[in-house]
Ligand binder design. Structure first.
Ligand SMILES: NC(=O)c1ccc[n+]([C@@H]2O[C@H](COP(=O)([O-])OP(=O)(O)OC[C@H]3O[C@@H](n4cnc5c(N)ncnc54)[C@H](OP(=O)(O)O)[C@@H]3O)[C@@H](O)[C@H]2O)c1
Length: 238
């Protein structure tokens, strides 16, 4: 990859907020590894976004990466280690099951297990696998949600699998931040707001704004905050 460019890996980047984040970073001169669980869409989107990247001196490279599959994450880490010496940013963006259709009391626990597998264990195993590539000033960004915030939920029901998985992701963020603080790696959780994507549906804000909320944590200075929860660059309560 281009030696002078900062390097980011974004998971779940073939559509939605992840795709737009890759576009924004590439336009700013980042070299971006575009994670996609299915190879063909990842390749196609990376090819589309590469034009904006090369104009700015960056690059977009597809990486097959299913965060719910330990073998896939291991293979991706090996592939990336063969291409770059370090990562300046790891964005755990892939997410599933915004389960507005069910309540906790009678939820389908198979759905809950899948949500935990992808939304919690996905970022966990991905960060562990790529940790050797993180260095002082690198940033890990866990794309969380206000739906997982105790403070913002105000006792509301609904979206049980999703909300529980994101609340757990928030605690994982705190734990990883503590573990990686001695190495100077910043680990934060970010809510992109309600965004009009396949997951968010219509009515949310434009994907450009949602991705910009995440990008803020990707571009933090080396002495920036760690172990926090943010939206649009402002701290929000857990
Ligand atoms: N949209 C909102 O209003 C909103 C609000 C708060 C937080 N968020 C969070 O923002 C993140 C992105 O959401 P979005 O709105 O962009 O969702 P989206 O449009 O549904 O896109 C989800 C992305 O995650 C990928 N993905 C799903 N399972 C995966 C797996 N096992 N491994 C790798 N990639 C996987 C999908 O790939 P495929 O195409 O292969 O399915 C897709 O690229 C999620 O973490 C979500 O929880 C969204």
């Amino acid at each position: 990859m281009t030696a002078a460019s900062p390097v980011a890996l974004v998971t779940g980047a073939n559509r939605g907020i992840g795709r737009e984040l890759v576009r924004q970073l590439a336009e700013r001169g980042w070299s971006v590894l575009l994670g996609s669980r299915h190879e063909a869409p990842g390749r196609a989107v990376a090819a589309e976004l590469s034009a904006g990247a090369s104009a700015a001196g960056g690059e977009v490279v597809p990486v097959p990466l299913d965060v719910g599959d330990a073998d896939s994450v291991g293979a991706a880490a090996q592939l990336v280690r063969g291409r770059v010496e370090h990562l300046d940013a790891l964005v755990n963006n892939a997410g599933i099951h915004y389960d507005t259709w069910q309540d906790a009391i009678d939820a389908d626990l198979a759905v809950a297990a899948e949500a935990l597998e992808v939304n919690l264990l996905g970022p966990w195993r991905t960060t562990a696998a790529f940790a050797p590539l993180l260095r002082r000033g690198s940033r890990v960004v866990n794309v969380s949600s206000g739906a997982g915030s105790f403070a913002e939920n105000g006792g509301a029901g609904g979206t049980p699998a999703y909300a529980v998985s994101k609340a757990a992701l928030d605690m994982l963020t705190v734990k990883l931040a503590a573990d990686l603080r001695p190495r100077g790696v910043l680990v934060n959780a970010v809510c992109p707001g309600w965004v009009a994507t396949d997951m968010g549906g219509s009515g949310g804000r434009p994907v450009e704004q949602g991705a910009a909320s995440v990008r803020w944590a990707v571009e933090l200075p080396a002495d920036g905050p760690t172990g926090g929860f943010f939206r649009d660059g402002r701290r929000i309560p857990w």
